[in-house]
Ligand binder design. Sequence first.
Ligand SMILES: [Zn+2]
Length: 368
Amino acid sequence: MRLLALLVLLASQALAFPRVGLHEGFTRFVFDLPAGSTYQMNTEGQTLALRFRGVKAEPLDESVNSEEVASYQVVVNGAVVEVFVRLKPGMRAQSSTLNEPQNRRLIVDIARGEAKAGTSPAPQPKPAPAKAAPRPAQPKFVVVIDPGHGGRDPGAVSPCTGVTEKLITLDVSQRARRYLEAQGVQVVLTRSGDTYPTLDERAQMADSKKNLFISVHVNSTVGCPGRAQGIETYYFGELLNPSLLEQVVRENGGGAVGQQLTRVARDAAQRAAGDILAQLNLRWSRELAYTVHNKLIQATGAVNRGVQQAPFYVIRNARIPAILVELGFANHASEGRRLADPAYRDTLARAMSQAVTRFLGVDTVAQR
Ligand SMILES: [Zn+2]
C-alpha cells in the first residue's frame, strides 16, 4: 500500500503543472512544455505572471509559504493557462529553458536578488566570487492600516451603546500596530489621532512599496438598539448585493459626497473587470480578506456575515492587496457593548495582526 501511495504521488507530481520544489535559498517552478507550446512571462510588483498556450493544466490555488514564495494560482481560460506567483518582498525570478527534443521545459527560480524574469534565456556560468557576498538585509514588510473616519467625521454613532466608530477604529488599529511591530512588521497608520485624512489621502498611502492595506470600520443599522450583528470583510468590486448600497455610501463619506464617491468607485469596479493587473490584485485581496475574516471569526465567535465584494472608494485603485473590515455593529445591544470593551478590541486587533503575519508568511507555527 505504501509503495502504491508513493507511485501515485510520483505520478501526480510528474503530471503537475507546474512542479514546485523548495530548496535552500530558492523555490523552483518547472513547467513542462509540449511540442508547439508557447509562453510569455512578466513581473508586476510582487507578482510573476506566466501565460501559456498549448499546455495542459488543472486550476489550482496553492499556498507555498517558502522563504521566497507566498502562493501561486493556476487559471485555465480555454486554450490559455495562466500561472500567477506571489513573490515575497525582495525576491526576483530567474528563468532558463531546457531544450531537449523530448524534454522541453521552462525553469523559473525565485530567489533573493536582482535578476529579472525573462531577461536571461539560459543561466550563464559565473566565476566563483573570491569570498562570499554579504547577505542583503531582510526586507521589511510594510502594512498600511486605515482607522476609518476621524475628526469631523465620527462614522457610526450609537446613543444606546455609547459606541462611536472613529474611536473604536483608531483604538483597534493602534493595538494591531503594536502586535505587528512586535513581529517585525512596519505599520503605517493613515491617522494616529482624531484627524480626518480624505479618502484619497488614505488611498494614496497604499502605494506599491507597501505590502497590504486594511481599512478598519464599525457597522450600524437603523434603530437603537438594532438587530443586525456580526463581522464582515470586503474586497473591492462591483456592488453585487444592492442592499449594501446604503452602507457603501455611508463608508464612502455619506451624504452627497458619499454618493458621488460611490459612483466613482462603481465606475472603477467596471474598469477593473477588463484590467488584468487589477483582477490579479483582487485575487490577492480576496485571499487576504478570507485570511483576516476567518481569523476574526475564530478569535471572537462573532456572527459570521461573510466576505463580500463592494465598491468602497478607499480601496478602489489599490495595487496591493486591500480590504475593508467591519468589526461589528455599533448599535447592536451586546455587540456594541463588546466593542466598547478594551479587552474585546484587543482580541480583534490581535486576530487581525495574526492574520496579516500569516498572509505575509512571517508568522510562527506557535501563532497558528
Ligand atoms: Zn466606517
